[in-house]
Design a protein around this ligand. Structure first.
Ligand SMILES: [Zn+2]
Length: 343
């Protein structure tokens, strides 16, 4: 496949060649009067993205904006380095993600725990901060102006608590980030991306429904490229999220060991790859993006947090009830004592 491709009218895809692999992670250029780059890929992709932009006629002083759907390193790792290379570009991110682009140390520490320090460096490289005066926070309903076009911000948490989707006014295209999961076009398999630390099943389902209602023409996957079957893809995304979450919950009845949970998840979702042309080779590209072990770990953590929350709520309710009963007894007693005594 080509390093750049037409994704929608006035929207060009750029293969970020993440980890040297083709057709794994895409960035996008919206050729508005104020050109915007959506997603950056990791720092190890900065040269590929710069070359892609240049081949599309966007030089260092031409890029006006960079927007990321969320701050995971395969989407935003390269943002600081690119901001330095394209000095006129304003960087836009959800308000919860902004502090981590300004100071990536916590983000890198958290990613290091998920990937392991060495693997993290190998996959994504380092991460440069974005200077505060180049950074703009957005929230649900905000509009990012691009001159003759705009990007509307949809807050779509679930995959990450700071995840946004973007609707572009000229083409109607909707960028889904990782909200729907991973769909590599030459493989044709949709796989949920449920990494730690903050995936949430119900929130994800609500976000996917929002995306489905709002999408007019085409979904733009970060992994990878455009998909025009909006309803079908959104329905499949929700169904697979729920199925994967249920499998992990059932696995947790048998074992608390992550290796075994991962194995059960792998076995029970293997048939999803039946339609893939070369299942083994295809699986490897999905694994590099969001491995089965990482997905299992995210779902285990989700169920653990949910159980903790339910227990806490139950305890709070019980304490509330006990306090009320105590109070009622006391009032009863006081009333009895206040009653005028017979002379
Ligand atoms: Zn992500």
């Amino acid at each position: 496949m080509e390093p750049t491709f037409e994704a929608a009218p006035g929207v060009l895809g750029i293969d970020t060649r993440m980890t040297g692999r083709a057709v794994v992670t895409s960035a996008y250029l919206v050729a508005a009067s104020e050109p915007v780059l959506i997603e950056t890929g990791p720092t190890t992709s900065v040269d590929a993205v710069t070359l892609g932009l240049r081949s599309l006629g966007v030089g260092e002083r031409d890029l006006a904006h960079i927007v990321v759907t969320h701050i995971h390193l395969d989407h935003a790792g390269g943002v600081g380095t690119l901001a330095a290379r394209f000095p006129k570009a304003t960087v836009w991110v959800h308000e919860r993600g902004a502090p981590h682009l300004q100071d990536p140390s916590k983000l890198l520490a958290s990613a290091g725990r998920v990937y392991g320090e060495q693997r993290l460096r190998g996959l994504f490289g380092p991460m440069d901060p974005v200077p505060a005066d180049r950074l703009r926070s957005v929230a649900d309903g905000d509009t990012i102006p691009l001159g003759d076009r705009t990007l509307e911000v949809l807050y779509t948490p679930g995959h990450a608590s700071h995840h946004i989707s973007l609707v572009e006014s000229g083409s109607g295209a909707l960028w889904t980030g990782d909200a729907l999961g991973i769909h590599l076009p030459d493989v044709g398999v949709l796989r949920p991306a449920t990494p730690p630390p903050d995936i949430d099943l119900d929130t994800a389902a609500e976000s996917i429904e929002r995306i489905r209602r709002r999408a007019q023409t085409v979904l733009m996957f970060s992994h990878y490229g455009p998909v025009r079957e909006v309803d079908e893809m959104c329905e499949l995304a929700t169904a697979r999220w729920r199925k994967w979450a249920d499998i992990v919950r059932e696995a947790l009845d048998q074992t608390a060991e992550l290796d075994r949970v991962t194995e059960i998840l792998r076995r029970r979702t293997a048939s999803e790859f039946d339609e893939a042309t070369e299942p083994a080779a295809a699986m490897e590209r999905y694994e590099v993006l969001s491995s089965m072990e990482m997905n299992a770990a995210g779902l285990v953590r989700y169920w653990e947090k949910r159980e903790e929350r339910e227990k806490r709520e139950e305890r709070e309710k019980r304490e509330e009830r006990e306090k009320r009963e105590e109070r009622e007894k006391r009032e009863e007693r006081e009333k009895r004592e206040e009653r005028p005594q017979a002379p």
